[in-house]
Design a protein around this ligand. Structure first.
Ligand code: PEP
Length: 256
């Protein structure tokens, strides 16, 4: 299975999201996508736009998901949203541990592990985002950082839950910067992640996505690297034409 996941971040009001979802489906309805052809395409709008997107995308081959959730099921957590709520809105996937959440919401690996568990407990896919900063890469700490984030973030995953887990390698220095990691850097990191996953007892089938300034121009060189099973797209997922081109490139590699 390959995946293209769009992270809309804090963009789109409900009416804007509705329009973007409509444009996307108009462009993508003729594309070779869907679980039965081995390519799942999921958009992750802000919480407040989920219902609008659900109404547009219900009964299409596009899926929707969320950008984070709280680790508890319910309770006195003002302002938070739980996995249980997202599941009832038809979300099929939730991002956990995005670097912007680690940075701006001070999410720790331990909380991320709890969030991941809740997402899969409620029957959705969890995308665990991992990646090093530029400073860590320069100091030769990339593998250590990946090891720590994966070991801690996946601590609650039992054998039966692996089919609902995805990993996204997102070097922090490539997110929102316009600087895509080089194909060889992606191949190296994904191979290292696969080795770490092996040590953690994960099956070979756990997908590893790449994220970080993915564009229509760059995606072909990314998707053809070893151990790359899809892409997590931020900025470019807000431009329907470019997202369409990204999906079609991934689909061509999958379906031709
Ligand atoms: C992201 O938000 O996960 C991301 C990779 O963003 P961008 O594509 O804009 O770098």
């Amino acid at each position: 299975m390959r995946w293209v996941v769009g992270n809309w971040k804090m963009h789109t009001t409900p009416s804007e999201a509705k329009q973007l979802a409509r444009q996307l489906w108009r462009l993508l309805k003729s594309a070779c996508i869907g679980p039965e052809v081995g390519l799942r395409v999921v958009v992750c709008p802000p919480f407040t736009s989920l219902e609008a997107v659900r109404r547009v995308l219900a009964r299409t081959r596009l899926e929707w998901g969320a950008q984070t959730c709280h680790e508890e099921v319910q309770g006195a957590y003002t302002g938070e949203i739980s996995a249980r709520m997202l599941s009832e809105l038809g979300c099929t996937l939730v991002l956990v541990g995005h670097s912007e959440r680690r940075r701006y919401a001070a999410e720790t690996d331990e909380r991320i592990a709890q969030k991941l568990f809740r997402v899969v407990e409620f029957g959705m896919h969890a995308v665990l985002c991992v990646g090093e900063t530029w400073h860590e890469r320069e100091r030769g700490q990339t593998v250590t950082v990946l090891e720590q984030q994966l070991e801690r973030g996946l601590a609650a995953v039992t054998q039966a839950l692996w089919p609902q887990v995805l990993i996204a390698y997102e070097p922090v220095w490539a997110i929102g910067t316009g600087v895509t990691a080089l194909p060889e850097q992606i191949a190296e990191a994904h191979t290292q992640i696969r080795q770490i996953l092996h040590r953690l007892g994960a099956p070979e089938s756990v997908p590893i996505l790449y994220g970080g300034s993915v564009s229509a121009a760059a995606v072909s060189n990314i998707i053809t690297q070893p151990e790359v099973h899809g892409v997590l797209v931020g900025g470019a997922s807000l431009r329907s034409g470019e997202f369409n081109a990204i999906v079609r490139t991934v689909a061509a590699h999958r379906c031709s």
